[in-house]
Design a protein around this ligand. Structure first.
Ligand code: SF4
Length: 610
């Protein structure tokens, strides 16, 4: 995959002149942010039902999330609802809603959109700051402002909701469009007259995709491993993920602000999911089946843009076919819009496409080999070979794009030092090709290599694999986390030394210790919540908090799983057969590729079986 970034985004003119809100206008940063936004909803509260929508990170991060924007817009498009946003406060500012400056304890329903494990701690901190009991079990039986129903959705929750389960009354398992409106209607109709328990029970009985963790009791075996979730009588044993099958209008940017990433870009989805089946990539599995919207739906989405915006970014290019792209290109050209892409695969760089990218004012492009060697790229089923990567780098620089970024992962299954050596050789080959062009043009290419430690994610074939370990471990077998982290640090040092030999090459990387924490959260069960609560309440470092909770990184992150093992995320039903994931995992050790999805014919993983 190739990721594309642009230069400094121009600050948007403020198109919407708003009235100051009676309840909250105080000349604060909130006012400045609101003034800069386009697309925010400013509703009077009289006669409306309030919902708080939290993004557990800073404003800039939340506003760059298309999923968060979608939920905000879907809720506010319902006439009876006023939905206001909360972000993680910055620089000592008060924790208030962006729209009207109200406090969190004025909302009986609190919705949270969460995409990344590193925001779990923020979520707990925000509940505490908002004066809400962080544990669902400590909230009143009657739902009310100050003791709200906490509802959580977003991609992290349908990967593995369990580490957040004790904080959340209800999870939405799946995509927002088919779930949000009907479940919200149910909650609004019933919460004033039902107890919390009855409300959740009746909702889960009625609607698929709803998971109330308090109604499912985890059961552990003699060795302390999670063995099952026992539902209350009358409830389904697993929660089916709900997804949008088709759409007549593609999802698109709803809110624009110069504070967000891609601030001058109107983003529109070409589809959802990815057909490639990279074995490390959770998005490629949990968004199955891969869906490509038809050109009319995409155009209908783009038509929603503010006409002052002339740059349109298309998401999901990995799946788009040439004909559909041609139709869209024609439409955009006729509409006077520049066509941009959020990501592309290295093997999809046609001549006309490069021309377009070059004309779009492109400053840098990221190429993602992911695996360090040709063999590892087969292990992860990347479907790109060295020739694809070299050709992509050469053609991009030839098209005048002089900043390249390479994404690499370390800690992949079966990885050896020879694989790392091959990454250093790959850089040398890329440099040879690009410097040749650069010298001719009098401008050498800048290459940034970004190295990330691989985290085995739920619902992927690598879910069975232990973090940071190259060999296969038996079910329950562990390795000392300290040794694993030290091994990853050694690999980082080795690569950095190898890359340092080359001019105009910069290296950045994540910290193995931090990624270990992320792996614990990605693979944890409900007991991990004790650690998060201690961290949020007392600022205790994660390892100490984990120890206090009687847990260890080994039991979650650095352990092997077997084919039949029960996972914390087994409570979710993605329709993906565990036996299929296991086979893919075994296949990875023979470096054998698997074919991309063909939803018409293929019935391999179980998702398209109807
Ligand atoms: S059944 Fe086949 S086409 Fe459908 S999601 Fe699974 S692997 Fe892809």
């Amino acid at each position: 995959m190739i990721l594309i970034t642009y230069g400094q985004a121009p600050v948007q003119e403020v198109a919407i002149k708003r009235k100051k809100q009676a309840s909250g206008s105080d000349g604060s940063r909130r006012d400045v942010l609101l003034e800069q936004e386009r697309g925010s909803f400013l509703k009077k509260w009289t006669g409306l039902r309030p919902i708080a929508l939290l993004y557990p990170n800073r404003y800039r991060v939340g506003m760059s999330s298309l999923g968060f924007q979608l939920v905000y817009s879907l809720l506010n498009n319902l006439e009876s609802i006023v939905c206001e946003r909360f972000f993680l406060p910055e620089n000592g500012e008060r924790f208030l809603s962006i729209e009207s400056g109200r406090e969190l304890d004025q909302f009986p329903l609190v919705y949270i959109s969460i995409s990344f494990e590193h925001d779990y701690l923020h979520l707990v901190e925000m509940l505490l700051q908002g004066g809400i009991a962080p544990l669902a079990a400590d909230r009143d039986e009657q739902v009310s402002p100050g003791s709200p129903l906490v509802v959580c959705g977003g991609v992290a929750t349908f990967m593995n909701p369990e580490p957040l389960a004790p904080f959340v009354d209800l999870f939405f398992i799946g995509e927002a469009e088919p779930l949000l409106e009907k479940v919200t209607d149910f909650l609004l109709d019933h919460f004033p007259d039902s107890s919390r328990q009855d409300l959740l029970y009746n909702l889960c009985r009625k609607h698929e995709g709803c998971y109330a963790p308090a109604l499912y009791t985890p059961e552990y075996d003699d060795s302390g491993r999670l063995a099952a979730h026992r539902p209350e009588p009358g409830l389904v044993p697993t929660i089916k993920k709900i997804f949008q099958e088709q759409c007549s209008k593609a999802s698109h940017s709803q809110l624009l602000t110069p504070e967000a990433e891609f601030s001058d870009l109107f983003l529109t989805e070409l589809g959802r999911g990815c057909s490639r089946g990279c074995r490390f990539c959770a998005a490629g599995y949990i968004y199955r089946p891969p869906r490509l919207w038809d050109a009319d739906a995409v155009i209908a989405g783009i038509e929603e843009r503010n006409r002052e915006i002339s740059r349109v970014g298309l998401l999901g290019m990995e799946m788009a076919d040439a004909m559909e792209l041609d139709t869209l290109s024609d439409y955009l050209q006729e509409s006077g819009c520049a066509l941009s892409f959020s990501s592309l695969r290295a093997d999809r760089l046609s001549g006309p496409l490069l021309e377009l990218l070059s004309e779009s004012g492109l400053k840098s492009v990221a190429i993602a080999p992911d695996g360090c060697s040709e063999r590892l790229r087969k292990v992860i089923n990347k479907g790109l070979d060295e020739q694809d990567l070299l050709l992509a780098a050469e053609r991009l620089v030839d098209a005048g794009i002089y900043k390249l970024k390479l994404y690499l992962m370390i800690g992949l299954p079966s990885e050896t030092l020879e694989d790392l050596d091959e990454a250093i050789e790959l850089l040398a080959k890329i440099k040879n090709k690009t410097d040749l062009i650069g010298r001719r043009r009098g401008r050498l290419c800048d290459i940034t290599i970004s190295i990330n430690c691989f985290t085995p994610k739920a619902w992927t074939p690598f879910q069975f694999h232990a973090f940071g370990v190259s060999s296969r471990l038996e079910s329950g077998e562990t390795r000392p986390a300290g040794e694993v982290v030290a091994g990853l640090k050694k690999k980082l040092k080795y690569l950095k030394k190898g890359f340092k030999k080359y001019a105009n090459v910069h290296v950045n990387h994540d910290k193995p210790d931090n990624v270990l924490f992320q792996a614990v959260l990605a693979r944890g069960d409900r007991r991990v919540a004790d650690m998060l609560l201690e961290m949020a309440r007392n600022r205790t470092p994660w390892k100490q908090a984990m120890k206090q909770a009687g847990l260890s990184p080994e039991q979650y992150a650095v352990r092997g799983y077997g084919e039949k093992d029960y996972f914390p995320w087994s409570i979710i039903d993605h329709s993906i057969k565990q036996s299929f994931l296991w086979k893919e995992y075994q296949k990875s050790f023979t470096a054998k590729s698997s074919v991309p999805c063909n939803t018409e014919k293929c019935r391999l993983c179980g998702v398209c079986n109807g």
